[in-house]
Write a protein that binds this ligand. Structure first.
Ligand code: GLN
Length: 503
């Protein structure tokens, strides 16, 4: 049954519709694949097999009754462990939530469930989504399926590795500063951060609320679009959810992809972000992005270089705003309301002592570093100099985007300045880890949609990611441009060793 692994949503849909396989068989094939690979890759924090089995049985009954199938019927999906799936652990890969079981379901999980998806497991991540390599997990380090000695990127490293290796067809990640797009680049898959507010954050554990956004990871643009159509839409439970035009759910993104590449690109203008194709980016990555620009040109698009002069401040601005918001959001983990409580020794038996020992034992070093940085940036003596200034520069960065989107429809750049680095290579140097997100962070600060898709193999045959950014609410255009690229190239068909061995 291993031939069921590595297939696209539309291939699996077809097999189900013609009754040549059952949802149960699809599930079994993927769980067997997980059993074979996950000992090495370590993508999952827990499996949600029981729930998947029940859903598969429901789908198979529908098929037997000849009912129409919902869009993700029988599709195995992995969910990042900061998104609540009812009655299963939601740990955020943190000791402080190690024993927390979600009492309710995130809106995105509800939507996937209603679309017939099979939840196969929750996935490993950097603790509270803080990191770029998944090494900040309190539990284990996930490996990159292309080379097990390297990181999968982060913070959605578990979800991304699961998709790249074929253990899941789709996965959900969250992207605060690049955590969907950067691992997608490192693992050679598609990963999309939608426009801020397009996908409900209800049931996503908050890191930096003005930046966080849930999005899909998949092996093709088409599958990414199918998943986004399911999870997008207004949600009254999320006060930052965009009411219009999504009151009645998201648009049908995949429908808009069914055209030839030159039609998809017709009349579109592509801007190459000049700050991101120069110093500090590996030369072979720059060459791949330039080659991608030529592909768009050959499809009839106008391609020009554009500048985002304030984007050079994006990293410091992000690390002030994200840490400030994190310090407020993580105040709720105090040993009283959620998860871990450390209460030891009569001498220490005060409430304050309980708070501090719980937080000291429950949070890892990177989370503590962020809470301290954020608390400092918000403190009364420094608020104006740091937090307020950062908010002002955030506006300048957004203004730069507004300016260039008068001249072009989409922007392209590398997703990451390097290919996947070695496990342990950057763990002692947080600043060099932070640099990993230099290309992805500006879109979060401005609330814009972006996707990373495979655009070549670089050093040591590791995947290179092409980032495509669009203006707010132009997610459809971003997907169309990405689809035009995939129809004209075959980078997305290259498979990592674990998956290629099955095929
Ligand atoms: N790597 C960035 C950080 O550490 C982004 C994380 C994210 O997008 N969740 O904050």
């Amino acid at each position: 049954m291993s031939e069921l692994v590595g297939k696209s949503i539309s291939e699996l849909r077809k097999l189900l519709a013609e009754k040549s396989v059952s949802a149960k068989e699809i599930l079994t094939a993927h769980l067997t694949h997980v059993g074979r690979l996950d000992g090495d890759i370590k993508a999952f924090t827990c499996l949600t097999e029981e729930r998947a089995q029940k859903q598969a049985a429901r789908i198979d009954e529908k098929i037997a009754r000849g009912e129409e199938l919902p869009p993700l019927a029988g599709i195995p999906v992995a969910v990042k462990d900061n998104i609540c799936v009812a009655d299963y652990p939601t740990t955020c890969s943190s000791k402080i939530l190690e024993n927390f079981v979600a009492p309710y379901e995130a809106t995105v999980a509800e939507k996937l469930d209603a679309a017939g998806a099979l939840f196969i497991g929750k996935t490993n991540m950097d603790e509270f989504a803080m990191g770029s390599s998944t090494e900040n997990s309190a539990f284990k380090k996930t490996a990159n399926p292309w080379d097990l000695t390297r990181v999968p990127g982060g913070s959605s490293g578990g979800s991304t590795a699961a998709v790249a290796s074929g253990m899941a067809v789709l996965a959900l990640g969250s992207d605060t500063g690049g955590s969907i797009r950067q691992p997608a680049a490192f693992c050679g898959v598609s990963g999309m951060k939608p426009t801020y507010g397009m996908v409900s954050r209800f049931g996503l554990v908050a890191f930096a609320s003005s930046l966080d956004q849930i999005g899909p990871l998949a092996r093709s643009v088409e599958d990414t679009a199918i998943a986004l159509s399911v999870i997008a839409g207004y949600d009254k439970k999320d006060s930052t959810s965009i009411p219009e035009p999504f009151k009645n759910g998201g648009p049908n993104f995949e429908k808009a992809l069914a055209e030839s590449p030159d039609k998809l690109m017709k009349g579109l203008r592509v801007g190459v972000i000049s700050e991101l194709v120069g110093d500090g980016i590996e030369p072979e990555i720059v060459s791949s992005i330039r080659a991608a620009a030529s592909v768009f040109q050959s499809l009839g698009a106008e391609v020009i270089d554009v500048s985002l002069p304030n984007s050079k401040f994006a990293l410091p601005v992000y690390y002030l705003i994200a840490t400030a918001e994190a310090s407020a959001n993580l105040a709720r983990y105090d040993g009283v309301k959620y998860g871990l409580r450390v209460k030891e020794g009569a001498a220490q038996d005060s409430l304050l002592q309980m708070y501090t020992s719980t937080r000291a034992a429950g949070f890892g070093p990177e989370v503590k570093r962020r809470i301290m940085l954020g608390t400092y940036a918000l403190s009364s003596g420094y608020y104006d100099a740091y937090y307020k200034k950062a908010q002002q520069v955030r506006r300048l960065i957004k203004n730069d985007f507004d300016g260039v989107f008068e001249k072009v429809d989409v922007l392209i750049s590398p997703t990451s300045p390097t290919v996947a680095f070695k496990i342990g290579e950057k763990t002692d140097d947080p600043l060099s880890m932070y640099l990993s997100d230099i290309a992805t962070i500006p879109a979060n600060l401005a609330g814009l949609p972006g996707i990373s898709i495979p655009a070549g193999l670089g050093k040591d045959k590791l995947p290179i990611g092409l980032q495509i950014l669009g203006n707010a609410l132009s997610d459809q255009i971003v997907l169309r441009v990405a689809q035009a690229f995939q129809q004209s190239t075959d980078f997305h068909n290259r498979q990592c060793p674990g998956l290629a061995a099955v095929g």
